[in-house]
Write a new protein. Structure first.
Length: 75
């Protein structure tokens, strides 16, 4: 297979490839470090993704944190 064919297969099936890769990674993490630690890592990754997407959209992170955290905790 040449490079163009591999790229075409990836673009046609990128969702399946990403899903398989994530499933494999999560199963390896569960088997090596345990379920609770894997859930904690997944939660941290999601929080990082959430805040990263807010930064990409040029949203004000401080306003979001002010709404989430108790009043006066950021001052």
């Amino acid at each position: 297979m040449n490079r163009e064919q591999i790229l075409e297969v990836f673009l046609k099936h990128y969702g399946k490839i990403i899903g398989i890769t994530l499933g494999l990674l999560i199963s390896i993490l569960i088997l090596t470090i345990g379920f609770i630690k894997t859930i904690f890592i997944s939660l941290c990754v999601y929080i990082g993704y959430f805040f990263g997407s807010k930064i990409d959209k040029k949203e004000n992170i401080w306003e979001l944190l002010d709404r989430i955290l108790p009043p006066g905790s950021l001052k």
